[in-house]
Design a protein around this ligand. Structure first.
Ligand code: FAD
Ligand code: ZN
Length: 143
């Protein structure tokens, strides 16, 4: 059986772990999958190297993502991820409905908040999109 790599991989954060993940994925999955890095920065700052500063070696030079992208291709989306909420409630007048962001399920009836939250938690076990958490991103321009 041949294993197909995913077509689009999203990596949250732009630290050394993210960049190592890009390099590893390019090595393992080749040039085909689209890789998107979601991070507020435009460059990688090698923080551990700052320990040399007190010894007169200066602060480490940040490495622009553009330079890294020439060696291991990825799209950069400069955003900050919002909090991930797999299930929550939706306001409806003075009542609320259980609501699932993964599959757009809404609870059976308007409830008091605690009851609506319980509806949503009960739904989480049966959710058809279980495990596919939607990520919210704020689109403010950080440049
Ligand atoms: C002085 C110093 C010396 C160190 N020495 C060592 C060492 O010798 N060995 C070692 O292994 N480690 C060392 N470290 C620790 C090292 O810096 C961390 O282990 C490493 O940076 C962790 O990498 P990371 O990619 O997991 O996280 P980080 O480098 O912290 O990167 C996190 C990334 O996620 C992004 N991010 C965070 N929140 C959000 C959000 N909501 N939405 C989008 N993006 C977000 C950040 O902007 C950042 O790009 C040292 C650290 C310091 C400060
Ligand atoms: Zn659901």
């Amino acid at each position: 059986m041949t294993h197909q790599p995913p077509q689009h991989i999203v990596i949250a954060g732009g630290g050394v772990a993210a960049i190592e993940a890009v390099a590893a994925l390019r090595a393992l999955a080749g040039q085909l999958p689209r890789i998107t890095v979601l991070a507020p920065e435009s460059e990688l700052t090698p923080r551990p190297a700052s320990v040399a500063a007190p010894f007169g070696f200066g602060l480490p030079t940040a490495l622009p993502f553009d330079a890294i992208r020439r060696h291991a291709r990825f799209d950069l989306h400069r955003v900050t991820l919002e909090r991930v909420e797999a299930d929550t409630t939706q306001e409806d007048g003075s009542f609320v409905l259980g609501y699932c962001k993964s599959c757009d399920w809404t609870g059976p009836a308007r409830r008091a908040r605690d009851k609506a939250r319980k509806d949503a938690l009960a739904h989480a076990d049966d959710c058809p999109s279980k495990g596919k958490v939607r990520l919210g991103v704020s689109e403010e321009d950080l440049r």
